[in-house]
Structure formats: C-alpha cells, structure tokens
Design a protein. Structure first.
Length: 232
C-alpha cells in the first residue's frame, strides 16, 4: 500500500468515526470540522491530504511550519489551505507565526493576545486555549477566568474571537472535561455570540468531544500514523 492509499484509508476511517459519533447524539457530521494535525509529517503528506479534500492543517512549531507551508505552496500552488497554530506560542514569536498561520488556536493570556494584536497586519482569528484543571504547566487559561480574557480579546480591533480550544487533562475523564468546557462556552456566548468554535477532541477521544458539542476535532495519529520527518 502506497502513502496515498494509506492516507485515503485513514481519512475514510476518521470520517466514519466522526459520522457515527454525530449520529449517536443526533448531530450532523457537517457540524464538525476535521483539522489535520500535520506536525512532524512532511509537506508531501499535506499535499496528499489536500488532494483528498482536506483544507485545514495544524502545526505546533514555528520553524517547521514556516518551512512546510512554503513547501506545500510549491507542491500545490492552486490548493486551498488554512493553517492553524496549535502549539504553545511565545510572545516574541507572534510576528513570525503570523507569516504562515491563518488562525492561532492557543491564546491563553492577555499578554499573548496583546503580542499577537501588535504583530498583526490584518485582523487575525484566534481561539482561547482553556485549562480545565488549572494546570499552568500544560498551558491554557483557567476556565473560571475565561470571560475576562474573552472580553479583552473582543475589544481588540486586530483580533477576531472565534471560540475556544482545550485538551482533556490527564487526570480527568474526557467526558467530564468536555462537559465542563461546553458549559463554559455556553455562558461565554451570551456576551460573545460569535465564539462558535469549540476545538476539542483528538485521535483518542474525539467521540467524547463530539458528544459534548465539539465543532472541530484535531486528528494526527489516527489520520497520519506514526511516521515522522527525518529531521526536526
């Protein structure tokens, strides 16, 4: 089986999981976007996934993403692609990341939001990264303080608040984590109705996330397998 066949099979399996998860809770698969996490995989894989119909790709390291997005543009100059930053972002890297990222999904502080706004040359879409359990080492803004950060981002003319993202904490069941996120987002939308994106769920827990309102699942391993780039 060649790489295109591998990816086509994996994509079909992931889409089937999404469809079944949606059917279980009475949702339409059209309500859930698939974000391909292509970190550590080559641009050639991104090109194949683009050929197979995917348009949203995620990276977590600026240096790798800068190189890969340029390579992809050469491989598929006419392709439609939206690139997401899903890794921890240092404030001094904001300008560099904005050269390739269409959306930054990991805004977890007022200071980072301000750094992105200062570096932006046009309005930039962002998600607020939420910490469900408050563990600062894992990144994310404390869920109880989410409204304050949302209000701050919304006041910026350089930032567009699209919603939230989270990773289920290791010491908590995915169901409990995603339920807590959905409750917080429901309250948040009272003042920020445009915050419609809930980016939650990965290869191992996307079904639980979809059951609790996720509108975007971030899938890497289940889609691309365990292959890695030869160099970092």
């Amino acid at each position: 089986m060649n790489r295109r066949e591998e990816l086509a099979l994996s994509l079909a399996e992931v889409k089937d999981r999404i469809a079944k998860a949606c059917a279980t809770v009475g949702r339409s698969p059209d309500e859930v976007d698939l974000l391909a996490v292509t970190k550590t995989f080559p641009a050639q894989d991104v090109a194949i996934l683009s050929d197979l119909g995917l348009t949203a790709f995620a990276e977590n390291r600026d240096q790798e993403a800068s190189r890969k997005t340029a390579e992809f543009a050469e491989l598929r100059p006419d392709a439609t692609a939206k690139w997401h930053m899903v890794g921890s972002l240092q404030r001094n890297k904001a300008k560099s990341v904005l050269r390739w990222a269409d959306r930054i999904d990991t805004v977890d502080s007022v200071r980072l939001a301000d750094a992105i706004a200062k570096a932006a040359t046009e309005p930039t879409e962002v998600l607020l990264q939420v910490s469900i359990d408050g563990d600062e080492a894992r990144g994310g803004h404390p869920i109880g303080d989410l409204p304050r950060l949302a209000d701050h981002v919304a006041r910026s003319s350089e930032l567009i608040l699209r919603g939230v993202m989270t990773v289920a904490p290791l010491g908590m069941s995915p169901q409990q984590a995603f339920a807590a996120l959905y409750e917080a987002v429901t309250r948040l939308r009272v003042d920020h109705p445009g915050a419609t994106v809930i980016s939650a769920g990965m290869s191992g827990d996307l079904e639980d996330a979809i059951a609790h309102g996720s509108t975007c699942v971030r899938v890497g391993t289940a889609l691309l397998g365990s292959r890695r780039l030869a160099s970092p």
